[in-house]
Design a protein around this ligand. Structure first.
Ligand SMILES: Cc1ncc(C[n+]2csc(CCOP(=O)(O)OP(=O)(O)O)c2C)c(N)n1
Length: 467
């Protein structure tokens, strides 16, 4: 970029990860809270009168910069927002963490530029009016030929099924539990993967995501049928790279991918549709032997202080009468991996922001007499610290403090964006007069339970699990 920045507040995320290369090391300041980072940038730009940038991942991260951008707009401060975005072909599809960035800053910027990542280097910002919003399209997908078709009748699904033999069925989540549908589906004997937010995780024929990915990579499936909103599973991202024919049942009429056939029906209407069940009769059941579950148990015994083992212990302790609210990113994945019970699980998976998660769980708890176990990562909890001032008595906050955003470790991204730290929440809880413990035996006895998995064990577990 032809511009010298006083500083770049780099807010960690996968989508803007590649943008790291564009900035000088000595100009970078790593952050996780975009609202705070953009106000810091504003303050620094105020005093230095030099352009200061805040760089974010996609989704709500961009929206979090709007308050500081508004202030910059009305005070004529040289603030620059640089957002990492998904490629154009995924815009408007409901693909993970993909929202309309351009629209978010219309009232708080004087310049908007959208550019491909490869053209960012040569971008000349001199003479432009502030605040500036630069949206960078980062493409990690392989171009492919499949198209997107929208349908209005189940006959299109019948045509799809007549051309395939071994579809993978994925049940993700909807605004209501998909359990009645999934219960009925088990009668077909067809193989399926049910995610934790579907409400039918315990019924899933394919028990672990590991098995799912193994089968997928081995070419076991010849197609995918997805029912519900955009799935969480990694398969979804793999599909965008090496596509199989996909049929989407999504009441929002969104494919969540750049291709596939879409019918806007939810699981409730499918449950009641004789035609749907009749079409499925055209498919022959194929059994899947899932031995990964034994391997999981072995590793849980071998590494009892690992994050996945803690997740399993929590699963065992939570009563099916209670509600669970799960945060991003490893939390929801590990919970899904170790869940064997019929639990009522919630989460914010519309655009996967880590912001406002504790507040959302508080709102949920306010609407029920049940106990809500809100399980969050340390970074996600830090993002929402002010919510700790007002925890309802039926909310139990469980913080899995693995000392940073460990999802980025798992994705093998630049270590700097993990934002490793040695902090804990003990004194914060005590300052706010909340009962606190860091011992799992106090489960359900305190309002804030902080669990600190052993890094070495978590890493050894994952190494063996991924073999
Ligand atoms: C508002 C927002 N900003 C940034 C991100 C990118 N992001 C995804 S996960 C994550 C780190 C989460 O860390 P933590 O809560 O500790 O969970 P862990 O990764 O350790 O499971 C970040 C920064 C996001 N999803 N939403």
């Amino acid at each position: 970029m032809k511009m010298s920045f006083e500083k770049v507040f780099f807010c960690t995320g996968a989508r803007n990860h590649d943008l790291l290369k564009c900035f000088n090391e000595e100009k970078l300041k790593f952050e996780f809270d975009e609202r705070v980072a953009s106000f810091k940038a504003l303050g620094l730009a105020k005093i230095s009168s030099l352009p200061v940038a805040v760089c974010t991942t996609s989704g709500t991260a961009v929206a979090e910069c709007v308050p500081a951008m508004l202030e910059a707009y009305y005070t004529e401060i040289p603030l620059i927002l640089i957002s990492g975005d998904r490629p154009k072909k995924l815009h408007g599809t409901g693909s993970p963490q993909t929202i309309h960035h351009e629209a978010l800053t219309t009232s708080c910027r004087r310049t908007f530029i959208e550019t491909d990542f490869k053209d960012l280097e040569s971008l000349d910002l001199t003479g432009l009016e502030y605040p500036i919003h630069i949206n960078v399209l980062v493409d990690d997908t392989v171009p492919h030929e499949m198209e997107l078709k929208f349908h209005d009748a189940l006959s299109s699904f019948a045509a799809f099924v007549s051309k395939v033999k071994k579809p993978l069925f994925v049940f993700s989540h909807e605004n209501k539990s998909m359990r009645p549908f999934i219960e009925k589906f088990t009668g077909t004997k067809l193989s399926f993967y049910a995610e934790t937010l579907s409400g039918g995780r315990d019924l899933s024929a394919i028990k672990t995501e590991k098995k799912l990915i193994e089968l997928f990579n081995a070419g076991f499936f010849d197609s995918v049928v997805r029912i519900g909103h955009t799935p969480l599973t990694k398969i979804w991202r793999l599909l965008e790279k090496g596509p199989l024919p996909v049929y989407h049942f999504d009441s929002r009429n969104l494919p969540g991918l750049s291709f596939g056939e879409v019918l806007p029906l939810n699981s409730e209407s499918l449950t009641q549709s004789n035609e749907f069940w009749k079409i499925l009769e055209g498919l022959l059941p194929y059994p899947v032997a899932d031995e990964t579950i034994w391997r999981l148990d072995e590793l849980i015994k071998k590494y009892p202080e690992s994050e996945i083992s803690f997740s399993q212990k929590l699963n065992n302790l939570i009563s099916p009468d209670d509600f669970v609210f799960l945060g991003n990113s490893l939390i929801i994945r590990f919970f899904e991996l170790t869940q064997t019970k019929n639990l009522k699980v919630f989460g914010n998976r519309g655009v996967n922001g880590i912001d406002g998660q504790l507040a959302s769980a508080i709102g949920l708890a306010m609407g029920t007499n049940k106990t809500v176990h809100c399980i969050l990562g340390d970074v996600t909890t830090f993002y929402d610290l002010s919510s700790l001032r007002d925890l309802p008595s039926n909310l139990r906050l469980i913080i899995i403090n693995n000392k940073g955003g460990r999802i980025f470790d798992m994705l093998n991204l630049d270590k700097r964006i993990v934002l490793e730290h040695e902090n804990d929440f003990k004194d914060i809880a005590s300052g706010l007069k909340l009962s606190y413990s860091n011992d799992l035996s106090d489960f359900n006895k305190v309002q804030v339970l902080e669990l600190m998995p052993l890094r070495t064990q978590s890493e050894a577990f994952l190494k063996e699990w991924q073999q």
